[in-house]
Design a protein around this ligand. Structure first.
Ligand code: G1P
Length: 303
């Protein structure tokens, strides 16, 4: 059994309703964090982890995503003629090897488990990663790379985890990892999708990075709808605990931003903006000035 992971699935079929009206015509994954679309962060993380094949599960209205990973010859010629080499370098970061990107459509939105199942023929019979681009993780060593290294030791199935406030458990897949768990890799005893706080086995939440065995795809074959009336990836992984007991949680090192929410997106924008040498000084001066005044911009405008 090989523990090498070279394929990653990016479920990007959602409506992005929390970002309407922007997402009426722009896929959520194209919204920029500073100046790079969310999806570019996910791709870079996957590349750092050794991923060579990128499988996007898309839906109607996501063609901007496909264009983003295509070459842009007119733009390149114009930058070349204008001696804009630094911008050409930036563009090259979006280059993908021919044949490295595949798109499969999820015709009906039936949940994350169903989205991953839609990619089953492209995944085949090997372990694969799943990256949810909404979860942006800032880390010295990219999160998926940390996981791939740990996975090479233990195999099976692996989900990224972190502690969340007790009142937020109903937004996540929640793990039972046993009260004595220490260290980064912990065997999972049970997992439940979006439990009520009083029913949650812990406050250890699944964060959107997974390394899964093809058995999970088999489980998805006859999965019934779960939480929220959707086919849940959590339930298909949970079935592996019952069948083979080979699911591990991985406590990653890094800062996670929930870019599926407006507040999380704004926090990520501030953090990534401050991390940029070309923006830090001016941005910090501005942030200091607004935190001193402690009034939202709209109120300031009203006075
Ligand atoms: C999904 C998963 C959930 C996980 C979360 C992480 O939920 O179903 O188990 O904890 O991603 O972001 P969603 O946020 O898509 O509702």
């Amino acid at each position: 059994m090989t523990y090498r992971v070279t394929k990653a699935v990016f479920p990007v079929a959602g409506f992005g309703t929390r970002f309407l009206p922007a997402t009426k015509s722009v896929p959520k994954e194209i919204l920029p964090l500073v100046d790079r679309p969310l999806i570019q962060y996910a791709i870079d993380e996957a590349r750092a982890a050794g991923i060579r094949e990128f499988i996007f599960v898309t839906s109607r209205g996501k063609s901007a995503l496909e264009d983003y990973f295509d070459s842009a010859p007119e733009l390149e010629t114009s930058l070349h003629e204008g001696n804009k080499g630094h911008l050409l370098d930036l563009l090259r970061q979006t280059d993908m090897d021919s044949g490295a990107v595949a798109y499969v459509r999820q015709q009906e939105r039936r949940g994350l488990g169903h989205a991953v199942w839609c990619a089953r023929r492209l995944i085949g019979d090997e372990p694969f990663a799943v990256i949810l681009p909404d979860d942006v993780i800032d880390a010295e060593k990219p999160c998926l790379q940390q996981m791939v290294e740990a996975y090479a030791e233990v195999g099976g199935n692996m989900v990224a985890t972190m502690e969340v406030p007790a009142q937020s458990v109903s937004s996540y897949g929640i793990l039972d990892v046993g009260s004595t768990s220490i260290g980064a890799t912990m065997p999972v005893r049970a997992m439940v999708e979006k439990p009520r706080p009083e029913e949650a086995p812990s406050n250890m939440a699944v964060i959107g990075r997974y390394i899964l065995s093809p058995d999970v795809l088999d489980n998805l074959e006859d999965m019934r709808v779960g939480a929220g009336g959707e086919i849940q990836l959590t339930d298909a992984i949970s079935a592996e605990i019952a069948a083979r007991g080979n699911v591990n949680a991985f406590r990653f090192r890094g800062r996670r931003f929930d870019c599926g929410s407006k507040s999380g997106f704004l926090q990520a924008t501030v953090a990534f903006g401050l991390a940029r040498d070309d923006l830090r000084d001016e941005f910090l001066t501005y942030l200091r000035s607004v935190t001193e005044v402690q009034e939202p911009a709209s109120k300031l405008r009203a006075v």
